[in-house]
Design a protein around this ligand. Structure first.
Ligand SMILES: [Zn+2]
Length: 152
């Protein structure tokens, strides 16, 4: 078992195996960097057997919605989500990037139908995973700045 260097949380979520330097982006896409009430611990550049260095984010008293997990998969494809209840890991799974990304990334083409009409949700196909490349289902524009276009 791996030892974590901050005190364990009672209830909440631990996002582990985030590439080092990416933890702040994870907080930002979850809207936690601006939340006045969230209790969040960050560990940055901690040693990892698998990846050399990694970041960890601990969020108290909050579990992630499926859409939030999908957002994390976009920027931290190796992340592991741990659900903590009563100080114990109750569930643990790896994020998984789907082939089709719906409603969580904005198309960078201002005249794309997904930007013009409210009921049309954005839809992207994953055309490459390393590096990550997405193509808009409607206007076929390839999205280069994925992190900047994640809907928060
Ligand atoms: Zn588009």
């Amino acid at each position: 078992m791996e030892e974590l260097k901050v005190q364990p949380i009672k209830e909440g979520t631990v996002i582990d195996h985030i590439a080092s330097g990416t933890a702040l982006k994870v907080l930002s896409i979850l809207g936690l960097s601006k939340s006045p009430t969230a209790t969040v611990s960050l560990l940055m550049n901690v040693p990892s057997k698998k990846y050399g260095k990694k970041d960890i984010v601990k969020i108290e008293a909050r579990e992630l919605k499926p859409k939030e997990v999908d957002k994390i998969a976009l920027i931290a494809p190796n992340a592991t989500i741990n659900i903590i209840r009563n100080y114990k890991v109750k569930d643990k799974y790896k994020v998984k990037l789907s082939e089709i990304i719906i409603g969580i990334v904005r198309c960078s083409n201002p005249s794309c139908i997904s930007n013009l009409r409210e009921p049309v949700e954005s839809k992207f196909s994953v055309i490459s995973r390393k590096p990550l490349k997405l193509r808009c289902y409607y206007c076929e524009r390839e999205l280069t700045d994925i992190i900047e276009n994640i809907v928060i």
